[in-house]
Design a protein. Structure first.
Length: 317
């Protein structure tokens, strides 16, 4: 009988099939929680394996390409359903209506395809946000039909770009807006950004957050923490983060060592358990962790000081 290996988290469907054929191993989701994904579909994404299972999602080109296309299709479906007046609804982002959010998605795609975005992401997240604001005003007041056409056209071109770039480039390490890490993080950030902004749109339209297919989005958040957040923290202790409703094994952070560990989540000095979609939105700068906790969507167990130190720096855009 072939050995059965439990893999927590998500695995690219194609690579999972290849590995199962070549090794006889089979793959099942982490049994610690249920996914809110589509029943019957394989879990997707890259992962680092240790003796206890998946520790941290890693950049996987096939999953970045898939997630990039899937997020744009969902955004297009939402925008095509709107009446003309709904494009002028205010969002919770200061000064941004629905049309400004769509303009942001378009101008980010255009800048990535023509190369001008590369100069921005090599700097800070704050610099990128200021640059974004300057680009959005150039597109926001165009007719909805023109914005929809550009959203489809530039999304298709951007997906072609991420599909064309070699896998070796995804793995190449460099210093950029998410700290020093694989270059693929910058490409993986795109579906994360689109998911967060689509929830901004859904809030403006009085629609609930989406919960399906959240693993690649939450995976980006968890994978970015070691390089973009931990270097800014002056604290000690181990912190486990568990996202409810997302098929990812909890990660364990060593704040003093500024790295992840392969320790068991239940042995961490602090355990943070949060609703997956709302945690991702809060990391994206929508609301605060204090609000999340007050509303019952997050709880802290164990040493609270370590959690507060992490929350103070945990913002990714």
């Amino acid at each position: 009988m072939p050995e059965r290996v439990e893999v927590s988290g998500f695995e690219p469907p194609t690579s999972a099939v290849r590995r199962q054929r070549s090794t006889g191993l089979s793959y099942t989701p982490w049994s610690g929680q249920r996914s809110r994904g589509v029943p019957g579909l394989p879990l997707t994404g890259g992962a680092v394996l240790t003796s206890i299972g998946l520790v941290l999602p890693t950049v996987d080109k096939a999953e970045v390409v898939r997630a990039t296309g899937a997020e744009r299709e969902r955004t297009l479906a939402l925008m095509r359903s709107l009446e003309a007046a709904q494009w002028d609804l205010d969002t919770e982002l200061p000064g941004w209506r629905v049309r400004e959010v769509v303009a942001h998605l378009i101008t980010t795609d255009r800048a990535a395809v023509n190369g001008s975005l590369a100069l921005q992401v090599l700097r800070s997240q704050a610099h990128l946000e200021r640059w974004n604001d300057r680009q959005v005003v150039k597109w926001a007041d165009r007719p909805p039909s023109e914005l929809l056409l550009a959203l489809e056209r530039w999304g298709r071109r951007y997906r072609r770009l991420v599909r064309t770039l070699p896998a070796a480039l995804y793995r190449m390490r460099l210093s950029a807006m998410y700290g020093r890490g694989p270059a693929g993080l910058l490409l993986w950030a795109r579906p994360f950004d689109e998911w967060v902004h689509r929830q901004d749109l859904r809030r403006a339209l009085a629609l609930p957050h989406e919960e399906a297919d959240l693993a690649p989005i939450a995976g980006f958040v968890l994978a970015s923490i070691p390089s973009s957040v931990l270097p800014e923290i002056e604290a000690s202790g181990t912190v486990a983060i568990e996202l409810e409703g997302v098929p990812l094994r909890p990660i364990v952070l060593d704040l003093e060592a500024r790295s992840t560990t392969d320790g068991r989540p239940e042995d961490a000095g602090t355990r943070i358990v949060a609703d997956g979609p709302r945690f991702v939105m809060t990391v994206g700068g929508r609301g605060s962790f204090a609000e999340l906790e007050a509303e019952g969507a997050l709880r802290v167990e164990g040493e609270r000081g370590a959690a507060e130190a992490l929350f103070a720096k945990l913002r990714i855009v």
